[in-house]
Ligand binder design. Structure first.
Ligand code: ATP
Ligand code: MG
Length: 206
């Protein structure tokens, strides 16, 4: 290689180093500014696949650190659930709504009663100081179908113990719940196997 191109490489490397130093300074400043330790309300919403998976991943993370977590599953009914099999055996309590998929049951009174019964269990978790993380899986639909009163849901979440984290999953999250959340992630659907005729499969989809 000519000394000319050696020189150019050296200049590039120096520029890269200077840029990275600046990035590092900015990141360090951000990290230094984030000093509060408190319970976080996170909403995982959007049309793409991965909302519940991310919620359960965080439950596994908490349990892996010896913390206690609880899971409330709305809508799921008695479907098989790999995460439940694993996490219940690790001592994580589950409250599961007794009905099947809501759009199949067509019985609003029964669905509302089931939603309220499940929400009571959620309230018990949200009042329990010992629980570090509560996953409210598919809660958003209980609000969009008007199965649960919005105020009651917002109250229980906002009055939970200060250190407790809560994760809500589901599409079309109510704007009041979004407004209350500290972290909101929207998973977009770029493509989904189902639309290519691939069925939901055990161990991957549930
Ligand atoms: P997952 O449980 O896989 O993280 P999710 O929680 O993001 O999915 P849900 O709407 O709760 O999404 O979906 C439950 C089931 O529907 C899963 O089997 C999932 O694979 C499937 N699903 C999720 N998103 C889509 C989509 N955009 N099109 C078709 N099926 C989907
Ligand atoms: Mg889900």
């Amino acid at each position: 290689m000519s000394s000319h191109s050696d020189n150019r490489d050296e200049i590039k490397a120096q520029r890269h180093k200077a840029r990275q130093q600046k990035v590092k300074q900015q990141v360090d400043a951000h990290v230094a500014a984030a000093t509060r330790e408190t319970g976080v309300l996170m909403v995982i919403t959007g049309e793409g696949k991965g909302k519940s998976t991310a919620g359960f991943g965080t439950v596994a993370r908490a349990v892996g650190h010896g913390q206690s977590a609880a899971v409330v599953q709305f809508i799921k009914g008695n479907w098989a659930c790999g995460e439940r099999n694993l996490l219940e055996s690790a001592g994580v309590p589950f409250a599961v709504m007794a009905t099947g998929f809501t759009w199949e049951t067509q019985d609003k009174a029964a669905d509302t009663a089931a939603a309220l019964a499940t929400w009571q269990q959620a309230e018990a978790f949200l009042a329990d100081e010992r629980i570090s993380l509560v996953l409210l899986d598919e809660l958003t639909y209980m609000l969009s179908y008007h199965y649960l009163p919005l105020e009651r849901v917002l109250n229980a979440i906002s009055q939970r113990p200060a250190h407790q984290h809560v994760i809500v999953t589901g599409r079309n999250c109510h704007r009041s719940l979004l407004a209350l959340a500290d972290t909101v992630s929207e998973i977009n659907c770029v493509r989904h196997a189902f639309n290519q005729g691939i069925k939901a499969q055990q161990g991957f989809d549930y």
